[in-house]
Ligand binder design. Structure first.
Ligand code: SF4
Length: 383
């Protein structure tokens, strides 16, 4: 039995290599977090304090709340925290957090719209496969028999309705709410988009929740059956705390530490520079070959030759006809089938078959007739 969480499954979906480092190998790195995540956690803590104090009828003044926020920030800040957007400083992030809290405070004061049931909940929910799912609700509240699963978002992009309606995190939490609070007639998923001082809400039917739970169990099965953990490079890599350990970025990080001379002398740099040069030459040669072929054909046609002679080599020039197939492949396939020609002319689709054999998701007798060999694909792109 394992404890799964939204962020654990999300990490698996984002990059299997990161998942392995974080959840299987449990690697510890010097960079503890990103500034965005740090600011988010301090804002969360401040709003948790606001609502915890309210339980004791203490309504903090905004200025007191901002003191709490700033104190927490100063106490917990360490210089290793990763700032990706170098044009902004830690202080810029700190100030945006202050603004989020100020807007939230002014919007909701005196904070009596809903009854608070739980803050930063710490619980797990049993899944049908025996695993557990971590339930961490920023603010669970209700108004009579309508429950609200609330999430504070410090993102700088606004969640739209389609995204909210697709979200699996709060939707999974709402299953837990429905199981636990039997009077719940409705569970509203509510995101406080703090950067915009706006709310986004969504709801799920019982059928949608059942489907989501089934999908979550299926995803966990995929995680548990996973044997290969390749890297997936995306824009999110800039925010990955494992970047310096990652095969996709380790060399870049090493080069960043080198002097100009050491950089030029690096074996990797030399190989890639030579490779890139050869690729350029290859393209130039291919263009020249296409030109020379055109010239050769026109020379042969003009002189009515089928073989053209050089100093040591000769070239035969033979005319043939190539078939140009219709653009709509499906219509063509249908016609071939209709004419009873499909079995004779259709071939094995190795492009589709290969991945199924690699992933062991096809009949084992088929797999048994093949074997796997290590190979490498190499592609060049700009840094
Ligand atoms: S840097 Fe990117 S590719 Fe590497 S582990 Fe992190 S998310 Fe994966």
């Amino acid at each position: 039995m394992t404890n799964y969480s939204h962020s654990r499954l999300n990490t698996f979906g984002q990059c299997k290599y990161k998942y392995k480092l974080q959840y299987i190998d449990k690697v510890k790195v010097d960079i503890p977090t990103t500034v965005e995540a740090f600011m988010g956690s301090i804002v969360h803590k401040t709003l948790e304090k606001l609502y915890n104090d309210l339980k004791y009828q203490r309504v903090n003044e905004l200025k007191d709340l901002l003191v709490i926020y700033n104190d927490n920030w100063d106490k917990e800040w360490i210089d290793d925290i990763l700032i990706v957007k170098k044009e902004y400083t830690a202080d810029d992030y700190k100030k945006s957090g202050e603004k989020f809290i100020t807007d939230y405070y002014n919007h909701y004061k005196p904070f009596d719209q809903l009854t608070i049931i739980g803050l930063e909940t710490e619980d797990t929910m049993l899944l049908p496969d025996g695993n557990r799912y971590h339930i961490r609700i920023d603010k669970l509240a209700c108004k009579d028999d309508i429950y609200y699963v609330c999430d504070y978002k410090t993102n700088r992009w606004m969640k739209d309705q389609a995204e909210a309606d697709e979200d699996s995190q709060l939707a999974m939490y709402s299953i837990w709410v429905k199981n636990r609070f039997k009077d719940a007639k409705k569970v509203i998923l509510l995101w406080h988009m703090l950067a915009f001082d706006k709310e986004v809400v969504s709801e799920r039917t019982d059928e949608q929740l059942q489907k989501l739970q089934d999908e979550t169990v299926a995803k966990i099965k995929e995680v548990e059956g996973c044997k290969e953990f390749p890297t997936t490079v995306t824009k999110l890599c800039d925010y990955c705390i494992f970047k310096e350990l990652c095969p996709a970025f380790k060399h870049e990080a090493e080069l960043g530490e080198k002097t100009v001379e050491e950089f030029k002398d690096d074996d990797g740099v030399k190989i890639i520079d030579e490779f890139s040069q050869l690729q350029t030459q290859k393209k130039e040669v291919q263009t020249k070959l296409a030109d020379i072929k055109t010239k050769l054909v026109s020379f042969a046609k003009q002189k009515e030759l089928s073989i053209v002679y050089g100093s040591n080599k000769k070239a035969s020039v033979k005319q043939y006809f190539k078939v140009v197939y219709p653009e709509d492949k499906q219509d063509f396939v249908n016609l071939i089938k209709e004419k009873g020609l499909y079995d004779e002319f259709s071939g094995l689709n190795y492009l589709k078959l290969g991945p199924r054999i690699i992933k062991n998701t096809i009949d084992k007798d088929v797999i048994g007739l093949t074997h796997k060999e290590e190979d490498y694909r190499v592609s060049l792109s700009n840094r």
